[in-house]
Design a protein around this ligand. Structure first.
Ligand code: ADP
Length: 508
């Protein structure tokens, strides 16, 4: 167990990640403080905390109210604040206020967050320290820069990608294929960035077609820096990850070694304190390009935990409270293979339209190598007010094939009725030949034909290994049918108004 100095932590987050952080705090004997919006009043993380405080605003805005969150931390006499991911986790101004209030911020310093939070500044740093970056330039988000940006796109050659330099979560970015579409995409990025409160400068970058997203987990205490290997996150929809694995079996080890070196050199350059992730895109020729640094815990941290045995939340708490990295590079070894699937309340067959409803039945997979992070139960309402990710299923296996088999079983054991989820899509991906053989890229799911084939559960019969998995798909379809029947029974008891709302949320 790592050394730490802390008695009480306020978790400035909700749902599964709040529960995840509580788990580590409990194992360390640290008391936890939960905060909750009215919509979350019945959530388990609220009940499982040692103390819980209601927030005054509604929905996600409640968790972004810096003054109120800080006031609660002071009132509860918390020694530290853990931001989880999303919400305030990448707000350098909040980290600064927390530090000024004499409370420990469980994350990198505000200065590091300021630097890494801006993709344009981060690109400039990479240039300086000779980490490869993709071709591209930065522009002011004003009309007179639009023409210069367009010229830049022509020079780079299409496709290109336009991004808000302060953007995140796959938002405020557009891939552009043709010159005629540049202006509309530019304005779309500007307005989305404004709506979501990013509004940084605008980056125009060469779009790397069919690249893989591979990221390296780093940790440091400002003096010493290590990596905890890589995660592959190429299965994405709308530039957002849905399946992640560790290790990445489809990039040569010498390329991965260079990526570890690059990631650690970035940590050294910014005297990184805490844990973080350096994201890269890797082309099929094995060239890699820096994408961004995420100065926080990642959603997909579970696959690193399962393969290295390191509790990343405990590591964060140890570094923040002792200013010392309790591990050296030679302590980090990894075993086997881990996969995470993100369960979203959304309908993949309808362009990933978010789905809402009240959960009327829930069965969560169990097993010696299965971990499910969630804050769900029957009766809980899935509302449109928060991110649509409602659970994360992670599995471990001695090798990739075993991990794939464990994940297929886990997915077929996950039953949720009351709203649509992407579970069938995940199951279909897990038996897809291209996925099994690693012939994927960040563009893979964006291909309408691939997505349609996956949504209707078409299985490639070309390989016997895949044929074996057909049973899994059939089981999954049967389970979906059972779920729909459960819906139908519920709907029969409902009023016509309720029923049409139910129909709107069905898989079509
Ligand atoms: P965010 O901060 O919103 O997560 P990133 O810059 O990390 O944005 O990129 C998210 C995803 O967008 C990447 O994993 C990749 O799929 C896609 N992407 C971003 N930049 C490029 C690029 N230059 N070429 C190809 N894909 C890109």
């Amino acid at each position: 167990m790592f050394e730490y100095h802390c008695k009480k932590i306020l978790i400035a987050n909700r749902s599964e990640i709040a529960l995840r952080i509580q788990q580590t705090c409990k194992s360390l004997g640290i008391k936890t403080v939960a905060i909750y919006a009215p919509e979350d009043a019945q959530a388990s993380y609220v009940y499982q905390a040692d103390e819980a405080y209601a927030l005054s605003l509604q929905g996600f805005q409640a968790y972004l109210n810096q003054e109120e969150v800080l006031a609660i931390a002071c009132q509860a006499r918390a020694d530290a604040i853990h931001p989880g991911y999303g919400f305030l986790s990448e707000s350098f101004s909040f980290a600064q206020k927390v530090e000024e209030a004499g409370i420990l911020w469980i994350g990198p310093t505000a200065d590091t967050m300021l630097l890494t939070g801006d993709k344009a500044q981060a690109r400039a740093l990479m240039n300086k320290i000779k980490v490869p970056i993709n071709l591209g330039r930065e522009f002011k988000p004003v009309a007179f820069d639009l023409d210069r940006a367009k010229e830049c796109a022509q020079e780079l050659g299409y496709p290109i990608i336009i991004k808000d330099s302060l953007g995140g979560g796959g938002k405020a970015m557009r891939r552009v294929e043709r010159d005629v579409d540049f202006g509309a995409a530019w304005h779309a990025v500007l307005s989305e960035g404004k709506r979501l409160g990013f509004s940084g400068n605008i980056i125009v970058e060469k779009y790397l077609v069919d690249a893989r997203h591979v990221e390296v987990q780093i940790a440091g205490d400002g003096e010493r820096f290590i990596h905890l290997y890589e995660r592959e996150c190429s299965v994405q929809r709308r530039h957002q990850k849905i399946i992640e694995e560790a290790p990445c079996r489809f990039v040569a080890q010498d390329v991965l070694n260079s990526m570890y070196d690059a990631a650690v050199s970035i940590a050294r350059a910014v005297r990184y304190r805490g844990i973080g992730t350096v994201e890269f895109l890797v082309t099929d020729t094995g060239r890699f390009y820096f994408l961004e640094v995420n100065a926080r815990l990642q959603v997909e941290h579970s696959v690193t935990e399962l393969t290295t045995g390191v509790d990343l939340v405990a590591l964060q708490i140890a570094i923040a409270t002792t200013d010392r990295l309790p591990l050296s590079q030679r302590n980090i070894t990894r075993t086997g293979h881990a996969i995470e699937c993100r369960v979203y309340a959304e309908d993949p067959s309808k362009n990933f339209l978010p789905s809402v409803g009240v959960i009327d039945f829930l069965k969560v997979p169990r097993g010696p190598f299965v971990r499910v992070d969630h804050d769900l139960c029957a009766g809980r309402e899935i509302t449109p007010f928060f991110d649509a990710m409602i659970a994360k299923i992670s599995v471990w296996g001695l090798d990739r094939n075993t991990a794939l088999a464990n994940m297929r079983a886990a997915l077929s054991d996950f039953v949720l009725s009351g709203c649509i989820t992407n579970r069938i899509l995940l199951s279909s991906i897990l038996v897809n030949k291209d996925f099994v053989l690693g012939r994927i890229s960040t563009d893979w799911l964006a291909n309408g034909d691939v997505l349609q084939a996956l949504c209707v559960n078409q299985v490639d019969h070309g390989s016997s290994a895949i044929e074996l998995e057909e049973e899994v798909v059939v089981a999954a379809i049967l389970q979906q049918a059972l779920e729909l029947r459960a819906h139908a029974q519920t709907a029969a008891r409902e009023t016509p108004g309720q029923r049409s709302a139910w129909r709107r949320s069905q898989w079509k």
